[in-house]
Design a protein around this ligand. Structure first.
Ligand SMILES: Cc1cc2nc3c(=O)[nH]c(=O)nc-3n(C[C@H](O)[C@H](O)[C@H](O)COP(=O)(O)O)c2cc1C
Length: 325
């Protein structure tokens, strides 16, 4: 399939694996890229620019296809060494960066100067337009159903994608709730040029996370996610567990008076314990409603081939058939 996104990134299929903390390591990024999509290493999981350089080198040993690096701008006081991460990305010859979390204008000139394509992930049309105006090459539009941070507007993709199509000139991919060929065709029909998947890629053979995480996604239904940290205006969609229910109880009890310190036990330092140790009640971890559509743990190649085959069947048989052609 050829779209403005496959052309922009030099990939075979319009499918991107979004950055995911403690999931987007070299193994997953390489597997997605080798299967014809765009794999993405999550920069901040590496903690230091030196570690990121090593992770990029590891990924290059596993694939000669294009892959990207995610840079997430966090609302923290002790900011990570973003200039150092950008230097390593430029020096290592990475060709694509996925930015997220906040306006990427501080790093954009350095990335563009090095010829790097930038796709910014955002949750609203106004942020997508801002990304376009500062020179991003593409955007990833994250609907309310997405795993991770859906923003505070709560607009699902059925509305958000056509709205983005009406306003944007740069190409965009649909993100949030994407799982299969049906998602891809629906997103294309709403104006997107491809799709970005998070949760679906965790339940793959190559995702370097504990088996219990993959099984939890397969076992979950679309009713099993919760929104946490809304009172802090840092809303995150996570899979429910004991820690999440405890967190929600605190939010209810403390109301507007809640501070980050009140929920630190449920959210800080959780990712390594969940993703690497499989300690499934350690705290809140991002997961999309799309878990309800995930029933198996294929390889990335099997998953992407299946998506493309299903998309082809829907377009050429089901839809063309409806037109009587
Ligand atoms: C476990 C997990 C961790 C994530 N970590 C990040 C992150 O560090 N940075 C980021 O930009 N997005 C992160 N995301 C969001 C994904 O890149 C993607 O936008 C989102 O998962 C899409 O929704 P879906 O899960 O419905 O496919 C994360 C998502 C999940 C499920």
């Amino acid at each position: 399939m050829k779209t403005r996104i496959t052309e922009l990134f030099g990939i075979q299929h319009p499918i991107i694996q979004g950055g995911m903390h403690y999931v987007g390591l070299a193994e997953l990024a390489a597997a997605v890229s080798n299967a014809g999509g765009l794999g993405i290493i999550t920069g901040l999981t590496q903690r230091t620019p030196e570690n990121l350089a090593k992770e990029i080198a590891r990924c290059k040993e596993m694939t000669d296809k294009p892959f990207g690096v995610n840079l997430t701008f966090l609302p923290t006081v002790n900011a990570p060494d973003y200039p150092g991460f950008v230097r390593v990305i430029v020096e290592s010859g990475v060709k694509v960066v996925e930015t997220a979390g906040n306006n990427p204008s501080a790093v954009l000139p350095h990335l563009k100067e090095a010829g790097i394509k930038v796709i910014h992930k955002c949750t609203s049309v106004r942020h997508a337009l801002k990304a376009q105006s500062i020179g991003c090459d593409a955007v990833s539009v994250d609907g309310f159903e997405c795993g991770g941070h859906p923003g505070e507007d709560d607009v699902p993709n059925m509305i958000l994608l056509p709205r983005a199509a009406d306003e944007l000139e740069i190409p965009f991919v649909a993100s949030g709730g994407q799982a299969d060929g049906r998602s891809l065709v629906a997103s294309l029909s709403m104006g997107a040029e491809g799709m970005n998947m998070g949760t679906r890629f965790i339940a793959t053979k190559e995702a370097p996370v504990h088996e219990k995480v993959k099984q939890a996604i397969v076992a979950a239904s679309e009713l099993d996610t919760r929104l946490v940290m809304r009172p802090l205006r840092n809303t995150e969609r996570v899979l429910t567990n004991d820690a999440v229910e405890r967190l929600l109880e605190k939010e209810k009890r403390l109301g507007d008076k809640i501070k980050f310190e009140d929920i630190i036990d449920e959210v800080a330092g959780v990712y390594p314990r969940i993703m690497q140790e499989g300690d499934m009640d350690a705290g809140a971890w991002s997961c999309g409603m799309v878990a309800g559509l995930i029933h198996d743990i294929p390889t990335c190649q099997e998953l992407i081939d299946r998506i493309m085959q299903q998309a082809d069947d829907i377009i050429s048989k089901r839809l063309m058939g409806m037109l009587g052609r």
